[in-house]
Design a binder for this molecule. Structure first.
Ligand SMILES: [Mn+2]
Length: 384
């Protein structure tokens, strides 16, 4: 299939879907952060499902104005011949037809409350986050495995289906795997499933077309070939080049919202957490409504005693706060030592004003991502 027919297939599929008002269709969606893994998994599984078990379309959850925040997504879509994503793909901002009731979840395993109407049914789950145990009676397949990239699980499904995979999709899935596993680096997030998926996809991707790569062409592992590694480097550069983005853009780029039910009181609280990643450094900032003091206490205690995250309290002066409202001139705080700021830290919980209680932490285990923190948070708040 040529690039132009792949993208025109998507375009006409979108038109059919809207003409049907969604009736009889399954919407395949990734998580709301909208990273390349979510995007590729949704497009990949929608293709597979629409060729095996009925009408399915990928829904791209990223809002139109946020699309530019992920240059690596635009780049990988470009490799797949999708140059104008908003025309070719069914995206956030397009109408959600009233007849839609079937959802397939990829790269997350709980249907967002926005779509969770009384008639909504989750008919498939393919994910690599912690399993929240839902939809066991309705989802088929229901695959939740801790692999490096959800795209690897989608690739594995293609492999066992014997359905020919378009090179555009191979390229997209491969790109997501490379991004998520930093080029399948040894000692990183890649597990065997990721390596096997990449080895399956590479000869079926654009890389093969440009270089005549085949799985058996020499003794070097296919994932170590220079064209694969250079794609990985390019994607990584696109992803980490964020110099054109503002602080607000950076936060929007990785925003995720979680809903937890707190036992004892009947609150439902929404906590959003932001983490910025530097070279091997990770910090956490928590902001809580002052009216939720019980939650704050529970949270501080749970977080600070957590042995996986190994959090170290940090004072807001480290981040340029001089008092409640003002932000200081840029201060250098590279390589701060672990003990200097514990005293002042206790005094500035009101850094975000009286309505909020805030604490900042340095994460001494910089390897733990949101994937580890989210279940810890749930345990602390829900006690399960
Ligand atoms: Mn993922």
């Amino acid at each position: 299939m040529s690039t132009s027919t792949f993208s025109s297939h998507l375009k006409s599929q979108k038109a059919d879907f809207l003409a049907d008002n969604g009736e009889g269709w399954t919407i395949v969606m990734g998580n709301e952060a909208g990273d390349l893994d979510s995007l590729a998994s949704a497009l990949g599984y929608a293709w597979l499902r629409s060729h095996t078990s009925g009408k399915a379309i990928a829904y791209i959850t990223t809002p139109r104005e946020d699309f530019i925040l992920r240059a690596e997504n635009l780049y990988a879509l470009g490799l797949a011949g999708i140059i104008q994503p908003f025309e070719e793909l069914y995206c956030s901002g397009d109408p959600m037809p009233s007849q839609v009731s079937q959802f397939a979840l990829v790269d997350h395993n709980v249907l967002d409350t926005r779509y969770n109407t009384p008639t909504a049914r989750v008919v498939a789950v393919i994910d690599h986050h912690e399993d929240e145990g839902k939809y066991k009676d309705t989802a088929d397949p229901r695959i939740v495995e801790p692999v490096g990239s959800c795209s690897s699980l989608v690739a594995k499904l293609f492999q066992s289906s014997n359905l020919p995979i378009p090179p555009e999709l191979s390229t997209l899935l491969l790109s997501a795997i490379l991004i998520d596993t930093k080029g399948l680096k040894a000692g990183g997030k890649a597990v065997d499933v990721d390596r096997e998926a990449a080895a399956y996809l590479i000869p079926l991707s654009h890389l093969a077309r440009s270089e005549g790569l085949s799985a058996l062409s020499d003794n070097q592992p296919i994932t170590q070939r220079s064209s694969v590694q250079s794609l990985s480097v390019t994607l990584g550069e696109k992803k980490s080049n964020v110099s054109h983005l503002s602080t607000r853009d950076l936060l929007r780029r990785d925003y995720k919202e979680y809903t937890f039910t707190i036992p004892a009181s009947d609150h439902v609280t929404r906590s959003s957490k932001m983490m910025r990643k530097g070279k091997g450094r990770r910090e956490q900032l928590w902001i809580i409504k002052a009216t939720d003091e019980g939650i704050a206490e529970k949270l501080w205690q749970g977080l600070e005693s957590n042995e996986e995250l190994r959090l170290k309290r940090r004072g807001f002066a480290n981040f340029g706060f001089v008092d409640n409202a003002e932000i200081a001139e840029e201060t250098e705080d590279e390589d701060e030592d672990d003990d200097e700021d514990s005293e002042e830290a206790t005094t500035d919980e009101a850094a975000f004003g009286e309505s909020y209680i805030a604490r900042a932490y340095k994460q001494r285990n910089a390897n733990a991502t949101r994937k580890q923190t989210a279940p810890i948070l749930r345990k602390i708040l829900e006690g399960t």
